[in-house]
Design a protein around this ligand. Structure first.
Ligand SMILES: [Zn+2]
Length: 411
């Protein structure tokens, strides 16, 4: 909440702020706004005030709050910065809505201020798959892509979670591929629904997020608003339900309370009815939920190279560079993690076994091998995609670890 107000004030871009939060939240921001932004208190904007009246709002339902008029407790209109044309459109001025109809319209937009903790779906992503979730983006603007890149990074950089992503434009957009496809909604979503994610199935991440690019009659969703919503939808693809599903009257459908999360969490990024929120970080219980659902296992950090997390810089997974396809790749592992005299290494591409790299390799922590000799080249002939290396103890093959999924670029 605070981020929304202070950022907007700082940028001076707030032309029409329709807020879905309750008055107590607004009041809690008041002190900070006065201190940081030195906003003149209770200035007037007669034209805006008259437009609201003309829109059917009764005078007693318009309250002053510093540089805003607050209507019905949870809609804010910034004085002298609000686009009156949009206000007129919103209230259908010129049409014949009665005040009860207007208030009903507003009520339908309100979030329910009684959220309850973090919940996951009955099926979540398997531990092997959660560190190799692929994704692709189709038909979305640069601004939405940027939001998706950052939103993915928010999830992978939660401390001590195994979640990882890999950009893969080749994967068909189907369920069961452990791939999240981000696309335009193609007109499927209702005008007031900003986006929709899909829950996991069969150990795979939810297969798509559709984005309503003309949400709310092309309401100007800020970069921070886009980021908030993409973090939220990815949360669904990872198996998180709305934290406030009960108070929203959603069906339980197997929703399970995540261990260690409490009975209320108004700060959860997974609360529903929040399309107009902006990014203000995960709540502490969102973080606990991710850590509880997708923790590292005891051997998950055994391979130390090639190993790395998704980065929003290029929006890709971890990558390596080779001058020639048959150059050896150095594989390293923590030789002290598993007490074994020898290890086996094997090569995978898109989750499919390709070949044994070696068996009975002395547990020295390092081994080089020209894996490019065995991998399938991309169609461009300049890279190898979706590569993983697996290590296991030669003495107990069930003690094992996969590297991150990575790609190799050739010169
Ligand atoms: Zn949702």
């Amino acid at each position: 909440m605070k981020t929304l107000l202070t950022n907007q004030l700082r940028k001076g871009k707030l032309i029409f702020l329709l807020c879905l939060f309750i008055i107590t939240h607004i009041v809690s921001c008041k002190k900070e706004n006065n201190e940081k932004d030195a906003v003149p208190v209770n200035t007037k904007d007669e034209k805006l005030y008259q437009t609201l009246i003309e829109g059917g709002v009764k005078a007693e339902n318009i309250k002053e709050l510093n540089e805003y008029y607050v209507v019905e407790g949870d809609m804010l209109f910034k004085k002298n910065k609000t686009d009156l044309k949009k206000v007129r459109e919103y209230f259908n001025i010129g049409s014949s809505l009665t005040e009860p109809e207007i208030l009903k319209k507003m009520a339908s937009l309100k979030t329910t201020p009684n959220p309850i903790s973090q919940w996951n779906t009955p099926t979540i992503i398997s531990s092997v798959n959660v560190e190799r979730i692929k994704y692709n983006i189709g038909g979305l603007s640069y601004e939405w892509q940027t939001a998706i890149f950052s939103a993915l990074e928010k999830w992978v950089t939660i401390p001590d979670v195994k979640i990882n992503f890999y950009y893969d434009y080749l994967t068909p957009q189907l369920a069961g591929n452990n791939t999240i496809s981000f696309t335009d909604d193609g007109g499927i979503l209702a005008y007031d629904v900003i986006a929709q994610g899909v829950f996991p199935s069969s150990d795979n991440a939810g297969y798509r997020v559709i984005v309503n690019t003309d949400f709310y009659n092309n309401y100007p969703v800020t970069a921070s608003g886009k980021l908030y919503n993409m973090v939220h939808e990815i949360g669904h693809c990872l198996g998180l339900r709305h934290s406030n599903w009960q108070s929203r009257g959603e069906t339980q459908s197997g929703a399970q309370l995540v261990n260690g999360t409490p009975q209320t969490d108004g700060s959860s990024v997974m609360n529903g009815g929040t399309a107009l929120y902006t990014w203000n970080g995960f709540s502490s219980y969102d973080i606990i939920a991710a850590q509880t659902m997708y923790p590292y296992g005891p051997y998950d950090k055994w391979i130390t190279s090639p190993e790395g997390k998704y980065s929003s810089t290029y929006g890709t997974g971890f990558s390596l560079f080779l001058l020639n396809y048959n150059d050896p790749v150095q594989i390293t592992w923590n030789q002290n993690l598993v007490s074994t005299s020898a290890i086996d290494l094997s090569l995978y591409q898109d989750g499919v076994f390709i070949t044994n790299i070696g068996t009975g390799i002395p547990n020295t922590g390092s081994y080089s091998y020209p894996i490019g000799n065995y991998l399938q080249l991309s169609s461009s002939g300049t890279s190898f995609h979706k590569v993983q290396i697996r290590i296991n103890s030669s003495e107990n093959t069930s003690i094992s670890d996969y590297s991150s999924m990575f790609y190799i670029t050739l010169d």
